[in-house]
Design a protein. Sequence first.
Length: 295
Amino acid sequence: MELKNLYIFLKVVEQGNISKAAKELNYVQSNVTARIKKLEEELHTPLFHRHNRGIVLTPEGKKLLVYAEKIVSMVTDMKRAFRSPDIPVGKLDIGSVETVIKLPLILSKYNKKYGHIDLSLTTGVTEQLIDDVLNYRLDGAFVTAGSLSNHPDLVQYDVFEEELVLVSDADAGTIDELKKKPFLVFHSGCGYRAKLMEWLRDEQVAPSKLMELGTLETILGSVYSGLGVTFVPRSTVEHHESRGLIQCHKVPQQYSRIKTVFIRKKDAFLTTSLEKFIDTINEIRQKEDYAFPLF
């Protein structure tokens, strides 16, 4: 089996269309089609369902996707291992939940020091980011620690711990009244949402409505307008609170403490670029001027 065919297979999956994948790879479409067909012949199974709007993976195609991502990642790691151990080079794919308040500082410091690294950032909810790291789609990610439970296939680095608060508009009532409002949340798999649901369950409160909104900006804008309430780290909304735009309400400590960690795949080669990124996180944590609040 040719490694190049696996690269082409991954590009077709990414694009969801053979012609788009061919254009991205600068190949003729017939070449891409032939290579996919060769893979299917080697594995004795169809890998895609074809339809008018493109293609989708078959169950066997999904199985190959897991192996292909691992193989390509291992080859990439192998190449990186033979580069200079002191000078980080190449690409670094980082993921993060939206509310890592010190993330711009970390990215800026790293980029100023290692500007030749092709650094990319993907945002998402914790469960999806963990899955992306486990399946080699990301080199590392900032996630909330509650969903990890000391995962055996991940290495974790503490970043900071902070307080979650219930956030309402400036004209809010009591906590009991706020519990009856719609809850504005990130998509399923978010650590903050999991903490919120744990609190409501223990309080024997059935939410009147859960509204999933994609970004922190949209959620806060909806809170300002009185649409509902949300549950996010206090650090992300302090400046809004100081301007009188919102109110922050404390909840019991067992539901309000949340830790953000940086994770990487344990069996993946620790590249110099990723090692320097982790060093940057630790440097910023250790500086008194930029100390992260640890409880």
